[in-house]
Design a protein around this ligand. Structure first.
Ligand SMILES: Nc1nc2c(c(=O)[nH]1)N[C@H]1C(S)=C(S)[C@@H](COP(=O)(O)O)O[C@H]1N2
Ligand SMILES: [Mo]
Length: 392
């Protein structure tokens, strides 16, 4: 006994920070208050968004935990947590973002299906653990067999899988690539990974939608074709605006992997009162998938007529991420711009450009899709300007 298992009921959920914005209780889905998100480059675990499809798995005795490495591998393995800790430890600072981030805004164009999220279905953390390629190499896998896929399985009970566990896969070539920095994490921000985020072990696939970073990992299987699970084949795909539930053909699209460039405004918030003539600091985050860093962030206070470049930083505020060599490729940048306010109505808009010169769509309706994924349209925040003498 004492092995990791997925309970059917919600009686044994972990304690959660009361300041989280809860979007659904069972399964527990919650996000960070936006102003708290830009307070630190590394998101504290308590405030980090939580995205689940069932009750949180339970393990009575972590000493009994095993990770199975199986499928098309020359030497199948069964590893304990200690075995994983004995491998060279690697850390990667990476932003995990749910493909459904900013779904609520997309649903205002037309109804979409899925949990509603504002702008904080993401966080930036320092993940520590063993490299996936080290573990695969231990099982005798060599990079040449690169047409294959690596499937990750969990133990949680998901109704989308008819009570089966959550699964996902990535190409073997990505799993074996040192640059992709895929890791099997037992630590988050220097502490033991907690239950909400996948204790005792999760995969972290940097630069890829959060859905592929499987939590409570128990099996890694090398397979001929990509994972056939619900979350790969019947979810987390992006369809054009013309496709709806009556004409959808899931097989016509590939599973989403790298996420595109994203850039919300975290402060001020929609509807905030601001005084004409005063100075206002505008803050947000920008991130792109696939290890493409952020090249530039443009901010407008007149609804997009004129633009100014914001300052970007990673780590502490002293360091401006203008040196691409120094940039942490898989981590977000936080940005800020201080503007002097005039009397005119204010609409703050932000947009970013990534290292491959990719830009964001101006209008959310052009990317509307029935699952409400990848809303990366320009983020707009309307403020109320009051006369200089008013009391706020
Ligand atoms: N086993 C398991 N892994 C999972 C999920 C899940 O429900 N079960 N959700 C996925 C989704 S959709 C996202 S966005 C991330 C969220 O990770 P977090 O809760 O640590 O923020 O985990 C992914 N891994
Ligand atoms: Mo997600």
């Amino acid at each position: 006994m004492g092995v990791l298992y997925g309970p059917k009921s919600y009686e044994n959920e972990p304690h959660r920070d009361p300041s989280l914005i809860v979007n659904s209780k069972e399964p527990f889905n919650a996000e960070t208050p936006p102003k708290a998100l830009v307070r630190s480059f590394v998101t504290p675990e308590d405030l980090f968004y939580k995205r689940n499809h069932g009750p949180i798995p339970v393990i009575d005795d972590p000493n009994n935990y095993r990770l199975e490495i199986c499928g098309l591998v020359p030497g199948p393995l069964s590893l304990s947590l200690q075995d994983l800790r004995n491998l060279p430890k690697h850390t990667v600072t990476a932003t995990l973002q749910c493909a459904g981030n900013r779904r609520t805004a997309m649903s205002k164009v037309r109804k979409v299906k899925g949990v509603g999220w504002a702008i904080s279905a993401l966080g930036n953390a320092v993940w520590g653990g063993a490299r996936l390629h080290d573990v695969l190499e231990l099982a005798g896998v060599r990079q040449e067999s690169s047409k294959r896929h690596v499937e990750f399985s969990s133990v949680d009970v998901c109704k989308e899988e008819n009570g089966g566990p959550y699964k996902g896969s990535i190409p073997l070539s990505q799993a074996m690539s040192p640059e992709a920095e895929v890791i099997l994490a037992y630590e988050m921000n220097g502490k033991e990974l907690n239950r909400d985020h996948g204790f005792p072990l999760r995969v972290v696939v940097p630069g890829v939608i959060g859905a592929r970073s499987v939590k409570w990992l128990t099996e890694i299987k090398v397979i001929e074709e990509e994972c056939q699970g619900f979350f790969m084949q019947k979810d987390f795909k992006m369809f054009p605006p013309t496709v709806d539930w009556d004409n959808i053909n899931w097989n016509s699209r590939r599973p989403l992997m790298d996420f595109p460039v994203q850039c919300p405004i975290c402060s001020p918030a929609e509807g905030d009162l601001v005084k004409a003539g005063s100075k206002m600091k505008i803050q947000g985050y920008a991130v792109s998938g696939g290890g493409r860093g952020i090249e530039r962030v443009d901010v407008s206070v007149d609804g997009g007529k004129t633009w100014q470049e914001a300052q970007r930083f990673q780590d502490d505020k002293e360091y401006i991420a203008d040196n691409p060599e120094k940039c942490k490729r898989f981590a977000w940048v936080l940005w800020e711009l201080t503007v002097e306010l005039t009397n005119s109505p204010l609409e703050v808009v932000a947009k970013a450009v990534d290292a491959a010169a990719n830009i964001q769509p101006e209008d959310v309706s052009s990317i509307w899709n029935l699952r409400g994924v990848l809303n990366t349209s320009w983020h707009r925040v309307r403020l109320n300007v009051v006369p200089p003498q008013s009391k706020l």
